[in-house]
Design a protein around this ligand. Structure first.
Ligand code: GLN
Length: 470
């Protein structure tokens, strides 16, 4: 009830698209009953959680923040949602995002932008808005990051204890960094994508947003494991994801990729990054500079592969099977076209067009196939570094702290999004686990995140190091 009342109090953040109050209260009642009757409890029994609105939820509207899916009610739960519910979690609602998870600000959805709860922190307010002009309410707020900005704002505003995001190029880690949270992207194949409405099937993973590493580990323990409904999940049995407390990091080798020192990196993030490296070094870890030589190709390569998969994935939204249908009835083709024009925003339509261009017969070899080869080179950069003895890579998560909404939308939003993902996208192309950790507050009083990247399927080791840093 406390979380539900906080959801109401923080409605202006626009973190939730749908609040499932009745469902949550009913689940809470059942949890309480189990507890009172002395039945064995699930590890999440009675714990409020939120789920990004691109995971299917049985009987609860699932929109992907798109007019195309407004009012669409799936007949089944995504595997991850079902697993949370099976462990007794209370589903508070479905969180806001960029339409179909395309973006890095959570500013691009059909339900309006998400506001970062830190916009209202005392320190930021005092720095940003001197007494005289505190009236500029309404526009003077910060982006939450994205595309899982609703999930991040929901956890950060204490309306739930954990939230699911999705991460295709950074969408869990980016908003976690901007909202002062732990944002975890598991290894590709560790957690089922069944019921996650796809953006880029070969890169999507469900992500976890919490306030501390132990909470992430608990949720990961619930979610991880083979799913017969997702053939890309691995068969290996899942070890329980408890995260031991490391007391000694002297056997660790931390790699600092030199290509990540880009000119756009803010000086505050840069100095925090080097402070974190010093922290490991002074605790006895070996800290070395490493090279990921194909980093500079990652944004362009991601763009070609992402839009190609988007062009294919979005084909299912034709006005016949799901959600929106335009009432043009001259021909089936005219109905498809009008439905898609009305249903998708500019970003989605732009990506569909780009993707179809890259997939044209005359472009296929030159763009799509070439991008796949570059993707392999990018993935191999990581393999080489880890094979040379590096345990964990330490990088920034984002170029800067969260920026004001008006600044974010001033520039060409798509270019800005693309730049913002420089530290996160390559990880998805390589399928590696990575976590953004809240590292410190900036001089403006805003959270800054740093990212740790691990070897594929060494998720537990990654979280162990993250916990030491915490
Ligand atoms: N910002 C990236 C994009 O727009 C990544 C999005 C994501 O991870 N869902 O494609």
């Amino acid at each position: 009830r406390k979380c539900l009342s906080l959801i109401q109090k923080t409605k202006f953040l626009n973190a939730y698209i749908t609040v499932s109050e009745e469902v949550a209260l009913k689940q809470a009642e059942e949890s309480e009953k189990r507890y009172k009757q002395g039945q064995s409890l699930g590890i999440l029994d009675g714990i409020p959680v939120a789920v990004k609105d691109n995971f299917s939820t049985s009987g609860i509207q699932t929109t992907c923040a798109s007019n195309m899916l407004k009012g669409y009610i799936p007949p089944f739960n995504a595997t991850v949602v079902q697993k949370l519910l099976d462990q007794g979690a209370l589903l508070m609602g479905k969180t806001n995002l960029d339409e179909f998870a395309m973006g890095s600000g959570s500013t691009d959805g059909a339900f309006g932008p998400v506001k970062n709860p830190w916009s209202y922190s005392k320190q930021y307010q005092e720095q940003r808005r001197p007494q005289s002009n505190r009236k500029r309410e309404g526009t003077d707020w910060l982006i939450a990051g994205g595309s899982s900005g609703g999930s991040a704002a929901a956890v950060s505003a204490f309306t739930c204890f954990a939230a699911l995001g999705s991460d295709t190029g950074g969408s869990t880690r980016n908003p976690a960094a901007h909202c002062g949270l732990v944002g975890f992207k598991p290894s590709y194949g560790l957690v089922s994508r069944h019921g996650l409405i796809p953006l880029v099937n070969s890169m999507d993973v469900p992500g976890i947003l919490t306030r501390c590493v132990d909470d992430t580990a608990i949720v990961l323990g619930v979610l991880a494991g083979h799913d017969p409904k997702d053939s890309t999940t691995v068969q290996d049995p899942v070890k329980p994801f408890t995260v031991p407390s490391l007391s000694d990091v002297s056997k660790l080798c931390i790699g600092i990729p030199k290509e990540y020192l880009v000119p756009e990196l803010s000086s505050e993030v840069r100095s925090l990054w080097s402070k974190a490296a010093d922290l490991f070094e002074s605790a006895g870890a070996k800290v070395i500079e490493v090279s990921l030589p194909h980093t500079s190709y990652s944004i362009v390569c991601y763009h070609v592969l992402c839009t190609a998969e988007v062009a294919s994935n979005m084909a299912r939204f034709d006005g016949l099977e799901y959600g929106h249908r335009c009432d043009v009835n001259m021909s089936t083709e005219a109905m498809y076209a009008a439905t898609r024009r009305e249903g998708f925003n500019d970003v989605v339509r732009g990506r569909i067009l780009s993707g179809n261009f890259f997939l044209l017969k005359e472009n296929y070899e030159n763009y799509f196939i070439k991008a796949q080869k570059v993707r392999r080179l990018i993935a191999n950069d990581f393999v080489n570094v880890f094979n040379s003895g590096v345990d964990i890579l330490l990088t920034p998560t984002t170029l800067s702290e969260a920026v004001p909404f008006l600044e974010f939308i001033k520039e060409d939003n798509r270019t800005r999004s693309a730049q913002d993902d420089i530290f996160t996208q390559a990880v998805n192309m390589a399928g590696l686990p990575a976590v953004s950790m809240p590292a410190a507050l900036s001089t403006q009083g805003l959270p800054i995140g740093l990212q740790f990247i691990g070897h594929a399927f060494c998720d537990q080791k990654l979280l162990t190091v993250a916990k030491w840093f915490e």
